[in-house]
Design a protein around this ligand. Structure first.
Ligand SMILES: [Zn+2]
Length: 316
C-alpha cells in the first residue's frame, strides 16, 4: 500500500451526500498524485458502496443506511477521472479482497459477513462472486430473524442487521448504560457519564475489562450471529465463513457463543467442513476488495486495459 487515508463521515459533524462525494473525489485525486509521484500508474478506480448496485450501469440504486438512491457513480467518476471505474457492493468487494489477498485464498465456497454501519454479505460460490439474476444477492443482513423485531432502515422489521450490526450493538450498550448497568464504562474519563458519547472502542474496552452488562450484549450478538451462520451453512455448505468489520474486532467476545450456536443448529454434514474465521483486513477489507476489482479485470485482459477518456496527468 503506497498511500492511505480515512475520513469519518459519520462523526459528530455528520456529512451530507455532496460533502461525502466531494471528500472522496479529493482523496482519489490525492491518491493518484501520490501514486504517480512514486512511479505508479492509475489503472482504475474500484468503489465499494454499502447498498444495492446495478452492475451494468455502475449505479448505486439504494443504500439503506445512507439514505442514498439512484447515484450513477460509475459515469460520474469515469467522467471526472478518465479511468475505468467499477462500482460494487462493499461486502461483495470485501469478499473478493479476501479471495484474492486475504484469508479466503484457495477457497472456492465461502460467505463473507461485513459489519460496517449495517451488515452486508458477499457470497463466493464455485470460485465466483455470486450476484443472482440482478446482481443483488448476498443481502443476508436483511434476512428476517425476528418477525416483530426492531425496525430496519430497509423498511422491514427484525432483520439480522438489527440484531448483530454495529448500530444494534451500540444501541443496546447505550440502553444498558442509561439504566446504570455499565458503571465501569460510564466512569471512563472520555465518557464521563454521557451515554451518547459511548463508541465501539469503549464497548470493546469495557468487554476487555469484563463489564458484565457489555459482555451480556456481546453474548447475545454472538447468539444471533451463530443462528444466522447456521442458516447460511445449511443453505450454502461453505468451507469458510469470514467475519469482517466490527465483528472481527469483537471476535473474542462473540465467537465462542456463535460457534456454540452453529454446532447446536447447523446440520452436521454441511457444518463438518465449515470454518469460521476473522477477516485478514478487518475494516480495510472493502478497500482491499475494491483494489481487487480492478486487479481482477487487468489480469483477465491486460492488453485491453487502457485509460478510457483521458490520461490521468491531464487532471492535474
Ligand atoms: Zn433490513
Amino acid at each position: 500500500v503506497v498511500w492511505q487515508r480515512k475520513i469519518d463521515t459519520n462523526g459528530p459533524a455528520k456529512l451530507g451526500q455532496p460533502q461525502v462525494l466531494a471528500q472522496a473525489e479529493t482523496m482519489v485525486r490525492e491518491a493518484s498524485q501520490q501514486a504517480q509521484a512514486s512511479g505508479h500508474r492509475l489503472l482504475g478506480i474500484g468503489l465499494g458502496v454499502p447498498g444495492l448496485v446495478d452492475r451494468t450501469t455502475g449505479t448505486l440504486l439504494f443504500a439503506p443506511n445512507l439514505g442514498w438512491r439512484d447515484m450513477p457513480l460509475r459515469d460520474m467518476w469515469q467522467a471526472a477521472f478518465g479511468v475505468p471505474v467499477i462500482v460494487e457492493n462493499e461486502a461483495n468487494a470485501a469478499a473478493l479482497g479476501e479471495k484474492m489477498l486475504g484469508v479466503a485464498r484457495r477457497c472456492d465456497h465461502f460467505v463473507y459477513l461485513s459489519a460496517g454501519v449495517g451488515l452486508g454479505g458477499g457470497l463466493v460460490i464455485d470460485d465466483k462472486l455470486y450476484g443472482g439474476v440482478g446482481g443483488f444477492a448476498g443481502e443476508i443482513g436483511h434476512m428476517t430473524m425476528v418477525p416483530d423485531g426492531p425496525y430496519c432502515n430497509c423498511g422491514n422489521r427484525g432483520c439480522w442487521e438489527t440484531l448483530i450490526g454495529p448500530t444494534a450493538i451500540m444501541d443496546r450498550v447505550r440502553q444498558a448504560a442509561s439504566v446504570g448497568q455499565t458503571p465501569w464504562l460510564l466512569a471512563l474519563p472520555e465518557i464521563h457519564g454521557d451515554v451518547k458519547s459511548i463508541g465501539m472502542p469503549h464497548v470493546l474496552a469495557a468487554a476487555e475489562h469484563g463489564e458484565p452488562a457489555v459482555l451480556h450484549v456481546l453474548d447475545e450478538v454472538g447468539r444471533y450471529l451463530g443462528i444466522g451462520i447456521a442458516n447460511l451453512i445449511n443453505a450454502f455448505n461453505p468451507e469458510l465463513v469470514v467475519l469482517g468489520g466490527v465483528l472481527s474486532l469483537a471476535g473474542p467476545y462473540i465467537l465462542p457463543r456463535a460457534k456454540q450456536e452453529v454446532n447446536a443448529r447447523a446440520l452436521a454434514a454441511p457444518r463438518a467442513g465449515t470454518e469460521v474465521r476473522l477477516s485478514a483486513f478487518k475494516f480495510d477489507a472493502c478497500v482491499m476488495g475494491s483494489v481487487s476489482l480492478i486487479v481482477r479485470e487487468v489480469l483477465n485482459d491486460p492488453a485491453a486495459w487502457r485509460p478510457i477518456v483521458q490520461p490521468i496527468e491531464a487532471l492535474a
